[in-house]
Ligand binder design. Structure first.
Ligand code: GCO
Ligand code: MG
Length: 402
């Protein structure tokens, strides 16, 4: 089999997605997600201008060699743009391999280690009582694990909470908006949120929380400690993790489980965190972590240190990535949980898929390959629109982590 044609499809059914389609001389094609939120066109260009010319003519079964060709062969390594582009190629090749062999991709990765994939939903509200209502709504939909975020008194906008009452989507059309941050207000508020939530929903529901990189190590240690009575499934991205050593301090002070890594793009971003057992869950995703080939190895490395996978699955990761994540999640032994943020109806129409949700778990389906398609006619109705994630400042104007 030979790769004969490769195209990049950029569409915006409510938000931007970049999809790679690799076509072969046998009529089989594969899809890969290449979406990097707010930087979509850079990945499209990296693919179009630099990778696709080297891909045409190759045997799509050579996933390992092709991965190394683009990783080592570029000389310049790592980085979100590069690794997202490599990931898209890798996903599409696994999709082709599965279709050609008549096998769902999970069967090529070791088969099913479990019947279904535990997922967590997103509940958010402008205040504690709205957040509690949302948690209960998701619990009624069957979710067994729910992330809870709430507006912070004194702050105009907060990560994870939509401005209006619509569904949360951090990227906004136009130029970046700015939000204001106060660690003091936030640190006072979050323990109250989880105290109220546990009182209302009891102990059985898994509760999660995302700090979104905004604390210092000692502040994160304090929050983790104060949240201990509420038994969180995890506290996510407590600090900005470039400084992997920062997690040592947090770990020393709290038994609240720690998750990190949605912005990581290589195992080297997490190597120390995993080797020193400073985290419990690795959040790196198939789309930003270099594809199925790279993520299977990252999961196997993490397994040695009893770290589990808890992949990023926000709405900016397309249904192609969600399908790839579910095939990996169901296959590996050290799976923990998968994020599941619902896509809007336009996105669902653009990307028909075999995966589904039932009673708190997700299933990749039995279709050969990844089990996801792209309806190009529908996609053409939704052209690209420039959009950015917000930027964040401290109250005195200092630019901070968003
Ligand atoms: C999450 C994330 C998202 C990201 C978004 C960035 O845990 O789902 O933190 O909300 O901010 O995916 O593109
Ligand atoms: Mg997050």
């Amino acid at each position: 089999m030979k790769i004969v044609n490769v195209k990049v499809i950029v569409c915006s059914p409510g938000r931007n997605f970049v999809t790679l389609k690799i076509e072969t001389d046998e009529g089989i094609y594969g899809l890969g997600d290449a979406t990097l939120n707010g930087r979509e066109l850079s990945v499209a260009s990296y693919l179009q201008d630099h990778l696709i010319p080297c891909l045409v003519g190759r045997d799509p079964f050579q996933t390992e060699d092709i991965w190394h060709y683009f990783y080592r062969g570029a000389y310049w390594r790592r980085g979100p743009v590069t690794m997202t582009a490599i990931a898209a190629i890798d996903m599409a090749l696994w999709d082709i391999k599965g279709k050609a062999l008549g096998a769902p991709v999970y069967n090529l990765l070791g088969g099913k280690s479990r019947e279904g994939v535990l997922v967590y939903a997103h509940a958010n509200g402008h205040d504690i009582s709205e957040t509690i209502d949302e948690v209960e709504r998701y619990r009624d939909m069957g979710y067994l694990a729910i992330r809870a975020q709430s507006g912070v008194p004194g702050l105009k906008s907060t990560y994870g909470v939509p401005r209006d009452h619509k569904y949360y989507e951090p990227a906004e059309r136009g130029l970046p908006s700015e939000s204001l941050w106060s660690a003091e207000e936030y640190l006072r508020h979050v323990p109250r949120l989880f105290d109220a939530l546990r009182n209302k929903v009891g102990e059985d529901l898994h509760l999660l929380h995302d700090v979104h990189h905004r604390l210092t190590p000692v502040q994160a240690a304090r929050l983790g400690k104060e949240l201990e009575p509420y038994h969180l499934f995890w506290m996510e991205d407590a600090i900005a993790a470039e400084l992997q050593d920062g997690f040592r301090l947090i770990r020393r002070h709290t038994t609240t489980p720690l998750a990190v890594g949605e912005v990581f793009n290589s195992i080297w971003d997490a190597e120390q965190l995993i080797r020193e057992q400073l985290i419990d869950y690795l959040r790196m995703s198939v789309v930003h972590g270099g594809g199925i080939t790279a993520m299977k190895k990252a999961a196997d490395f993490a397994a040695v240190y009893h770290v589990q996978l808890g992949s990023h699955g926000a709405s900016d990761l397309s249904p192609v990535c969600m399908a790839a994540a579910l095939h990996l999640d169901i296959a590996i032994n050290n799976f923990g949980i998968q994020e599941h943020m619902l896509h809007n109806p336009e996105t669902e129409e653009t990307f028909p898929h075999a995966y589904f949700f039932r009673d708190g778990l997700m299933y990749p389906g039995e279709t050969p390959g990844l089990g996801v398609d792209l309806d190009e006619e529908v996609a053409a109705r939704f052209p690209y629109q420039r959009a950015y994630l917000p930027v964040n400042r401290k109250e005195d104007g200092t630019l901070f982590h968003w």
